[in-house]
Design a protein around this ligand. Structure first.
Ligand code: G1P
Ligand code: ZN
Length: 543
């Protein structure tokens, strides 16, 4: 088979966002678009000849086609071996686990995470390095730079490969090993959690419902929750991955995971509910008629970590993204371990984990994980909760209330305004920034502004600086409002407003977050001239 060099012209818009390059499927389908980006990755990482790559995706529309193209390009670019998930499937955390287990040079994950799929939906591609984590900014920036200059890409001409059965094949000089996408991951989970205790819990009448949202976690959840842990068949709902996620929006939040939410708030609600997103790295945790805020979930996992065998030796430290509530900070303080505050996006946790500084990390955006891989991990969080529930023998709600009673409650909410015109969103951010000098000291109702800044972060391990990571307005009593524009959307702009207040009084812990934050919400809307600038009365999604 001969290697072909195909002439191409560069695209100017292949800049990876918070988590890889995401575009409409139709954009990826346009001539040379995917190929250019893949070649830019290969040129940038310059893997030694014969290196091994991991390849898989969340099964969304165009996954299969993209895998075939990437295999043909990988062999033409001198890779020696590709481990590809059967049927082209690998969840993001499973891909990270496989990269680490087999010490591969890196991996390519095809996913647009929680964004809708299908012919009119989104597609995405990201590169993960040898530690199993998303490529750091210096690599993604270099890939972007390369994408703007390359003039050709390499591939071989060959028929498509059969990827639906495990086995080993050759493509040109390269070996293609089709692996079971679940096995290595399931084995890793068994090494971290007390499966016997969870099995006993599930055997004792405790009922759970896991919503896989027709996305990649279905096969993982069925194998682990139903087959290995003995949850009755049917505990996993919407467990068959579909290229368009059944027409849904595979984002595990109260808005998009409504089927699960209805079950968990219904008359015969199970004891525990959970969901994961398109590529399996997010999680939502629910009790019976009870929502666990992801920031609280991170803090509760940290506080109870010693109950899981894989974490019984203690935590080196925890990390959270800046917009995530400070609930985890309180646990870290009590445990006497460091807590790091990083910019949004999982890539910032990698260095801290590689350096052994942190064991647990999390984001308010339904992402929690640990140093077992270098991605956030949806099912891992679900298993951690089940492990805690099995050991403590209390309902989800009770665990949360007891946590608040001990540490105080960081009342928290995120308001998303999706699909805004980019100009309006940028102008709103500029308007906020323009007030930064005048705001400190000003009083708004019961709140007085203490500081404002545009968050920047110097990585404590490699010294790299990331600027422009979100506008923060902090108040004298520790409450705060953060404004950020999403880096993962593909259409227009998404404005995220993060609101946080601290409530030490247990008598007030039952209050609804929106009510408790009502005054801060008004201040946020006023300071940003939200309605005037966006025409929106209400957020698209409230978390
Ligand atoms: C969003 C979340 C962020 C997460 C990322 C990838 O990014 O806010 O926490 O790491 O998705 O799952 P954003 O759209 O805000 O840039
Ligand atoms: Zn995801």
């Amino acid at each position: 088979m001969s290697i072909k060099t195909i002439a191409t012209t560069p695209f100017t818009d292949q800049k990876p966002g918070t988590s890889g390059l995401r575009k409409k499927v139709t954009v990826f389908q346009s001539a040379h678009y995917l190929e250019n980006f893949v070649q830019a990755i290969f040129d940038t990482i310059s893997a030694p000849a014969g290196s091994t790559l991991v390849l898989g995706g969340d099964g969304r529309y165009y996954n299969r086609e993209a895998i075939q193209i990437i295999l043909k390009m990988a062999t033409a670019n001198g890779f020696g071996k590709v481990l590809v998930g059967q049927g082209g499937i690998l969840s993001t955390p499973a891909a990270s686990a496989v990269i680490r287990k087999y010490s591969t040079y890196g991996g390519i994950i095809l996913s647009a995470s929680h964004n809708p799929g299908g012919p009119d939906g989104d597609f995405g591609i990201k590169y993960n390095t040898a530690n199993g984590g998303p490529a750091p900014e210096k690599i993604t920036e270099a890939i972007y730079a390369r994408s703007k200059t390359l003039t050709s890409y390499k591939l071989i001409e060959a028929p498509d490969m059969a990827l639906d059965q495990p086995g080993s094949f050759t493509l040109g000089e390269m070996q293609v090993e089709v692996i079971d996408p679940v096995a290595d991951y399931a084995e890793l989970m068994e090494s971290l959690f007390d499966f016997a205790a969870i099995r006993a819990l599930l055997g004792g009448g405790f009922r759970l419902c896991f919503g896989a949202m027709h996305a990649v976690t279905g096969p993982y959840a069925r194998e682990i929750l139903e087959r290995r842990l003995g949850a009755p068949n049917g505990s996993v709902i919407n467990g068959v991955p579909l290229p368009d996620f059944g027409g849904g929006h595979p984002d595990p939040n109260l808005t998009y995971a409504h089927e699960l939410v209805e079950i968990m708030y219904g008359a015969e609600a199970p004891d525990f509910g959970a969901a994961s997103d398109g590529d399996g790295d997010r999680n939502m945790i629910l009790g019976r008629k009870f929502f666990v805020n992801p920031s609280d979930s991170l803090a509760i996992i940290a506080a109870n970590a010693a109950l899981a065998p894989g974490y019984a030796a203690g935590l080196a430290g925890v990390a959270r993204s800046m917009p995530t509530s400070a609930a985890a900070d309180r646990v870290a303080a009590k445990l006497g371990i460091p807590c790091y505050e990083t910019p949004t996006g999982w890539k910032f946790f990698g260095n801290l984990m590689d350096a052994g500084k942190v064991t647990l990390c999390g984001e308010e955006s339904f992402g929690t994980g640990s140093s077992h891989v270098r991605e956030k991990d949806g099912l891992w969080a679900v298993l951690f909760w089940l492990n805690i529930l099995a050991k403590r023998g209390l309902p989800v709600e009770e665990i949360v209330y007891r946590h608040w009673a001990e540490y105080g409650r960081n009342v928290y909410s995120r308001h998303d305004y999706e699909g805004l015109p980019s100009d309006a969103a940028n102008a709103l951010m500029a308007h906020l920034k323009a007030q930064f000098e005048a705001l400190p000291g000003q009083r708004f109702g019961s709140y007085q502004v203490k500081f404002c800044d545009d968050f920047s972060y110097t990585d404590p391990i490699d010294g790299s600086l990331s600027t422009g990571q979100g506008l923060r307005i902090g108040f004298e009593d520790g409450s705060r409002i953060v404004f950020r524009l999403s880096g993962t959307g593909t259409e227009g702009a998404t404005l995220r407003i993060y609101l946080e207040a601290f409530e030490p009084d247990p008598a007030k812990h039952g209050e609804d977050a929106q009510q408790a934050l009502a005054e801060l919400i008004l201040i946020a809307n006023e300071l940003s001239e939200l309605k005037l600038r966006t025409g929106r009365e209400q957020p698209t999604v409230i978390t």
